[in-house]
Design a protein around this ligand. Structure first.
Ligand SMILES: [Zn+2]
Length: 493
């Protein structure tokens, strides 16, 4: 066979640039479905697939290279304009022409995050994707198989049942996230882990915070100031800057950094090794330091110190967790809070084990566990309810898969390793750093605020909308072709 275009030339620079731009796309992109570290950029996957499938023909080389360049941008597969559709159709036609009028078969035996098979499918190829990893397998079903089989009805089902799950969970969980008497809704709770000061003449509870900023931008500077109260042997806090008053201390200087802890009360320090030992011995606690709120009728966020109401709601969640956990344990035949051990320290950047966090469930505080097992329960119930509503089992399974994906996103956002980002006044995610390292302070989000379940659902819907609607250039015809041509197989031992 003649050499492929990619063996002779490839527009590296342009395709690389488009691949970099893609990192900042959150609407509709498959990366919003699930974290997959090694996912290839779609721009590069599409361009490479095309350049690998087209033959090198010196007479048409410039024309084909231009086409490879032109189909790389994200807008070509997302804006739905006639120009974009024409480009994709030209690419599909050129490929068919190169293979004697038939779409070629493309096999990705290590499909991973699904970029290459998705783009091969988009280029009209008969596409096969395999992976040994069950997460990748599920993702490929969600990205490739279900959208082709079920089309836009799937988006509708995910919207309807996603809302059903949210409302079901809300009925059970609302009392644990009480709104303020003035109607302000807590968006999140900022927690500090704590250690007892090791200075025998002090012994105060030290809130561990890397930094104490709450808001840090050109317009707003708000921070927590830690105030040592010698008489009470306690470290109090106040919020400074909310009324525009200057910050006359340094919020970059927290109490904990790289495991070294400093007591604001006596000035004593704890070295990193002792810190780890104290954590392993179960001496660490946690303290709610601030509550981030949004009022439905006011712009922006506000902050206040926790009140007895906030603490009571948390204690109530602790009690409710035990009850719910036992009930689900009996129903499911397994502990609903994941009790499997974490992998050995260092695996995949996990290094929280040396602080005594040894099981997956340890990555969540009590209210986070309660929220997650309640949502998980609601997702399982949604599936049963779908069947009772006459849904075909295969369709119900597909729809529930996306609910599970929304759930995963929520778990990633609602863990006790999620750091607070003062610059955007937002919560990070467990995987912000591509590793899971110890967070001294963290933000616990309210899953019913607009950064919770509804946000995750919206992202999954957008992505699914992209996959079911704008994915293929010639909707109906291609969907039928896709139905025939896509097979997904799990490689078994
Ligand atoms: Zn001290």
């Amino acid at each position: 066979m003649a050499r492929a275009l990619i063996e002779v030339a490839f527009p590296f620079r342009e395709v690389s640039e488009e691949s970099v731009c893609e990192k900042y796309i959150h609407q509709g992109h498959i990366s919003t479905l699930h974290t997959w570290w090694a996912r290839q950029p779609l721009a590069a996957s599409r361009a490479i697939a095309l350049a690998a499938l087209l033959p090198d023909d010196p007479a048409r080389r410039a024309e084909w290279l231009e086409l490879v360049r032109q189909i790389a941008p994200w807008k070509v597969v997302s804006d739905g304009t006639p120009e974009s559709r024409q480009l994709l159709e030209r690419a599909q036609e050129a490929i068919r022409e190169a293979f004697g009028g038939r779409p070629p078969r493309v096999l990705d035996p290590f499909a991973g995050g699904g970029s290459i098979p998705l783009e091969a499918l988009r280029l009209g190829c008969e596409t096969y994707a395999l992976d040994y990893n069950p997460v990748a397998m599920l993702l490929n079903k969600a990205v490739l198989e279900f959208p082709q089989r079920f089309g836009p009805a799937l988006v509708e089902a995910v919207r309807r049942w996603g809302n059903w799950v949210l409302e079901g969970a809300r009925r059970e969980l609302a009392p644990f996230y009480p709104s303020d008497p003035d109607g302000a809704v807590p968006m999140g709770y900022i927690w500090a882990r704590t250690l007892p000061c090791q200075n025998p003449s002090c012994g105060a509870e030290i809130p561990l915070m890397y930094r104490t900023w709450l808001a840090k931008s050109d317009k707003r500077m708000i921070a927590l100031r830690l105030i040592p109260h010698r008489a009470a042997n306690r470290i109090e806090a106040e919020i400074v800057g909310q009324g525009g008053e200057p910050i006359n201390f340094n919020p970059d200087e927290g109490t904990a950094s790289w495991g070294r802890v400093r007591c604001p009360l006596c000035g004593g320090t704890i070295d990193a090794k002792t810190t780890r030992r104290l954590f392993r011995e179960g001496r660490a606690g946690q303290r709610m330091m601030a509550v981030m709120l949004r009022h439905p009728k006011r712009a922006g966020k506000s902050y206040r110190l926790p009140t007895e109401r906030d603490l009571a709601a948390y204690r109530a969640a602790e009690a409710a967790l035990e009850e719910k956990r036992q009930a689900l344990w009996a129903e499911w035949g397994m502990d609903p809070v994941p009790d499997e051990p974490l992998p050995p320290q260092g695996t995949l950047g996990l290094n929280v084990q040396r602080y005594g966090l040894t099981r997956w469930g340890d990555l969540f505080n009590a209210r986070q566990k309660l929220a997650l097992i309640t949502f998980a329960d609601a997702v399982r119930r949604a599936y049963v309810e779908m069947l009772q509503n006459g849904y075909m089992q295969e369709f119900a399974r597909a729809a529930t898969t996306y609910l599970a994906i929304i759930f995963n996103r929520l778990a990633e956002k609602n863990a006790n390793m999620v750091t607070y980002h003062a610059i955007g006044e937002s919560a990070g995610s467990v995987f912000s750093e591509k590793s899971i390292s110890m967070a001294w302070d963290y933000i616990e989000i309210n899953p019913f605020a607009d950064i919770g379940w509804s946000k995750m659902q919206e992202r999954v819907e957008l992505s699914l909308n992209h996959l079911t609607g704008g994915l293929l250039a010639d909707g109906e015809k291609q969907r039928k072709a896709g139905k025939r041509s896509y097979r997904s197989k799990q490689r078994t031992k």
